[in-house]
Design a protein around this ligand. Structure first.
Ligand code: NI
Length: 390
């Protein structure tokens, strides 16, 4: 067995104990006080130089080796979700309406294990390991908050690594993909203002519902007619709010949605066309559209060199036949903020186990994963960091 797999394997019981403890005590974005406290105490005990309260509840731990060398930063997200758990697991959430339904409990456990391993190997290390435990990955842009608080300074990282336990794949398989792996995301809102009136007298109104209906259909042409067929984009209308009564034409309708893209050219096209279509359709019907498009996260783009190192690490741990390439999602991930500044690799660690019924998707009340995936994820992160540091 690969040395790093064996080292991670020896941590198995502790990983499971940590993970189950975090799972029982989930904390929402920017409220990860208990989790961060446990992490910080652990790192401190191991001799890491730590900073607490980075990005409100984040923790940064720095371990300098005995010789100089590169700075490798590894990121673990800590937040849970506002979901009522329905797994029935013995280690289920003890907090009503809060649940680790994305596997971040496992990520924190992997980070604790990684801290432990490298503290032991410190004398062999040429360079610096920087572990960051991030709040608010789930839509709260905790990465940006940490960067604002100096997470990328003192020392400045040369390499960035992050992994996600992934229930779209079976445990024992890993995907490491160069280039774009998660999409850039924008949130858009549009208020269509017409002129309200009696449902029986539409000629006296400017009907924002009919306008919105045309707009929703017209927006479908952004992906089908405007973005290059060789590029990827999603334009979704996720909410439509308007009207209260069967016999009243309301004065306005609100639309909410998201744009997802990989390439900046597709992103620019989608943003420009979204605005033009909403305003143009509204004008056609005599209404007005007020459009607001806000960027959420950039795309996660894996650096080719770092990704090939992670791929070698995954192959060393699992054997080449269990490492794939090509997993991409239009989901978004705020690790992109780190990766915009530091060449890195974000990869997917298979965590589902159909034989044990562990197949529920992420963010589902029945989400749970095979804990062996933490051992594998830790082994690959340790092996990849070791290429640079040991
Ligand atoms: Ni997640």
């Amino acid at each position: 067995m690969n040395e790093f797999y064996a080292a991670a394997e020896a941590q198995r019981e502790r990983l499971i104990a940590w993970r189950r403890d975090f799972h029982r005590h989930p904390e929402l974005a920017y409220q990860e006080e208990r989790t961060a406290g446990i992490v910080a105490a652990h790192l401190e005990r191991l001799g890491y130089r730590i900073r607490r309260g980075v990005g409100k509840t984040g923790v940064v731990g720095v371990l300098e080796g005995s010789r100089s060398g590169p700075v490798v930063m590894v990121r673990f997200d800590m937040d849970a979700l506002p979901i009522q758990e329905e797994t029935g697991a013995e280690y289920a959430s003890t907090v009503p309406g809060r649940m680790h339904a994305c596997g971040h409990d496992g990520h924190v456990a992997m980070g604790m294990g990684m801290a432990e391993l490298f503290a032991r190997w410190r004398d062999r290390m040429s360079g610096t390991l920087k572990l960051i435990f991030q709040p608010a990955e789930e839509g709260g842009n905790g990465a940006e908050a940490m960067i604002r608080d100096g997470a990328l300074d003192d020392p400045r990282p040369d390499i960035f690594l992050a992994a996600h336990l992934w229930n779209d794949r079976p445990v024992g398989s890993v995907d490491v993909t160069p280039g774009p792996v998660m999409a850039a995301a924008e949130k858009w809102t549009c208020v269509i203002r017409g002129l309200g009136g009696h449902g029986a007298l539409p000629h006296q109104t400017v009907d924002p519902i009919v306008t919105a209906a045309h707009a929703v259909v017209a927006l479908q042409t952004i992906v089908s007619r405007n973005v290059s067929p060789l590029e990827t984009a999603v334009v979704t209308v996720g909410a439509i709010h308007g009207g209260d009564a069967f016999n009243v034409i309301p004065a306005q309708v609100e639309l909410l949605g998201t744009i997802r893209t990989y390439e900046p050219s597709a992103r620019d096209t989608a943003i420009r066309r979204l605005r033009d279509i909403l305003q143009g359709v509204a004008a056609t019907f005599g209404a007005q559209a007020e459009v607001d498009i806000a960027p959420l996260t950039p795309a996660v783009i894996n650096d080719y060199q770092v990704t090939s190192a992670v791929r070698r690490a995954a192959e060393a741990v699992l054997g080449p036949e269990r490492v794939t390439s090509g997993e991409r999602t239009m989901g978004s991930e705020d690790a992109a903020f780190f990766m915009r500044q530091v060449p890195g690799c974000y990869f997917f660690v298979g965590a589902a186990n159909p034989a044990r019924g562990l197949v529920a998707p992420h963010h589902n009340p029945r989400f749970d994963f095979d804990e062996e995936a933490m051992v594998i994820g830790l082994a690959i992160l340790a092996q990849a960091a070791a290429f640079y540091l040991l």
